[in-house]
Design a protein around this ligand. Structure first.
Ligand SMILES: Cc1cc2nc3c(=O)[nH]c(=O)nc-3n(C[C@H](O)[C@H](O)[C@H](O)COP(=O)(O)OP(=O)(O)OC[C@H]3O[C@@H](n4cnc5c(N)ncnc54)[C@H](O)[C@@H]3O)c2cc1C
Length: 466
């Protein structure tokens, strides 16, 4: 690990001269706020919070930080779940929150150009107002597009459309030494040289600072609906996921929940869902341009679920009914955070192994004395296992039990050909699992890439690998 320096009073003044005094803060409130994300990791306060307003400002701050060996942690909305935006070594928290404009929606090229601090909810709203669609829909609406790109976020519609990577066409990136590069752009195809854009997407802020993004858009489907299906067995619901995929219908969302989650959500939201009395549930969400096509997809999915052991298939045919079910699904992590001590596994496995994974995971919970509640984007094999502390477990025993359960869940994913992280990234809290998954040769290749981008190792150090 390189020797890092602190921000000296002189450097502090130089940074203020670049971004303005009002955009540099060391107030206790700001340091506390920028010391954490949504993971359970203990806080790591930066020395300074800096809020640049332009690419030029980011570039000048980076150049100074690099010359002075001061670590810089890029931050979006800090909704990440693996400690990736924690300023582990102090230094500068570079918050992109002020660079939040939607610069252009180019209807001729079907592309949107946005600044990194634009929120995913704002991008959805602006594009959908024009009948266009940016499909990636990570569960946290207040996440920034810069954070989504840097974690290669997935979310509720990945089964049909893919993840953030599949919709990022161009990036402007400030490198560690302050140089600004553009990778990709508005061309639909590009086979020129190595794909640097694909390296930067998902690099968790370790290769450069994203200062502008060009996103692909598609026409927005006209109609949407979903069914909410209770099952009498947790394994039957998991088997139905496999069966829906096998029947070649492609819902945009196929989410799995168990009774524990449904009842927790009802308490948290103080609202009733259509049913809460069965061990497991699927949400099957479809889109189409005609009522006939919508109906066909709903009927096929409903029939498969019923054949696979569902006791009913509630159709949420109005916007408000759909909204209630999405509110319950999207709020799961917030509800568990509010009500339990927990961490969350983010494994992703080949989809035909889901029933086996769900069945075997129960024994892992029992072995380590934790409650494992899977909630997930089952349609793309990405199961979030909420690892919950039992009330009777003493707090001092919890970190070890949690880590042991997480480790077993990840090992089982590897055994089935899966991965440690489907969409949240390894960040700080899961970085020890990289080598276990990809082996030392690939870790060395990644380290060589990091050194090529950031020879002094100042951007977001201690992330992705130990
Ligand atoms: C309730 C809840 C539900 C969630 N659901 C989902 C889900 O369904 N799918 C999913 O994928 N994630 C989900 N997440 C996780 C989180 O929202 C995503 O990881 C999101 O992409 C983080 O965006 P952010 O702006 O908060 O980034 P941050 O947490 O601030 O940062 C994340 C990483 O990106 C880097 N970064 C941020 N901005 C930049 C930039 N401009 N340039 C370079 N690096 C940058 C940071 O250094 C860090 O490494 C959920 C989180 C919560 C709390």
């Amino acid at each position: 690990m390189p020797e890092y320096n602190k921000v000296t009073p002189e450097l502090w003044k130089q940074i203020e001269a670049i971004v303005g005094t009002e955009n540099v803060s060391s107030s206790p409130e700001d340091l506390e706020k920028h010391a954490v994300d949504e993971s359970p990791l203990e806080p790591h306060p930066p020395q300074l919070v800096v809020r640049p307003g332009s690419t030029e400002e980011v570039s000048r701050v980076m150049r100074l930080a690099n010359e002075n060996m001061v670590p810089v942690t890029p931050q979006g909305s800090r909704t990440g779940l693996s400690g990736a935006s924690h300023p582990i070594h102090g230094g500068i928290a570079l918050s992109l929150e002020k660079m939040n404009r939607i610069l252009e929606i180019d209807e001729d090229n079907l592309m949107a150009t946005v600044e990194p601090g634009a929120l995913i909810s704002e991008i959805h709203e602006a594009t959908e107002a024009l009948g266009l669609y940016y499909p990636p829909d990570p569960g946290q609406d207040s996440g920034s597009i810069g954070g989504n790109i840097s974690t290669n976020a997935g979310g509720m519609r990945a089964m049909k459309y893919g993840v953030t990577r599949d919709f990022v066409n161009g990036l402007e990136v400030v490198l560690a030494d302050g140089e600004v590069i553009e990778v990709g752009g508005k061309n639909v195809k590009d086979s020129t040289g190595y794909s640097l854009i694909d390296l930067i997407i998902g690099s968790e802020g370790t290769l450069g600072v994203v200062t502008r993004a060009t996103l692909r858009l598609i026409p927005k489907p006209k109609l949407t609906s979903l069914i909410y299906t209770p099952f009498t067995s947790t394994i039957d619901a998991a088997k139905a996921v496999k069966e829906i995929i096998h029947h070649k219908i492609l819902p945009f969302g196929l989410e799995y929940m168990q009774q524990h989650t449904v009842q927790t959500m009802e308490k948290y939201l103080e609202k009733k869902l259509p049913d809460n009395s069965h061990p497991a549930y699927l949400i099957v969400a479809v889109e189409a341009d005609t009522p006939e096509e919508l109906e066909r997809q709903l009927e096929t999915a409903g029939e498969i679920c019923l054949e696979m052991g569902a006791v009913d298939a509630y159709i949420a045919d109005t916007a408000s009914r759909q909204q209630l079910i999405w509110e319950a699904r999207k709020g799961v992590f917030d509800a568990y955070i509010a009500m339990y001590t927990l961490d969350e596994a983010d494994v992703c496995i080949p989809r035909n192994r889901i029933p086996e994974y769900v069945e075997r995971a129960e024994a892992i919970g029992e072995k380590h004395g934790v409650l494992l509640v899977p909630v997930g984007h089952a349609g793309d094999g990405n199961l979030h296992y909420n690892i919950l502390k039992l009330e009777e477990t003493p707090m001092e025993e919890w970190p070890e039990l949690m880590e042991a359960a997480l480790s077993d869940l990840i090992d089982m994913s590897h055994e089935m050909g899966g991965t440690a992280s489907g969409e949240h990234g390894l960040g700080y809290t899961k970085r020890r699992y990289l080598e276990r998954e990809v082996g030392p040769r690939q870790v060395d290749l990644m380290k060589a890439i990091k050194t090529a981008f950031d020879p002094n190792g100042i951007i977001n150090p201690s992330k992705v690998w130990p």
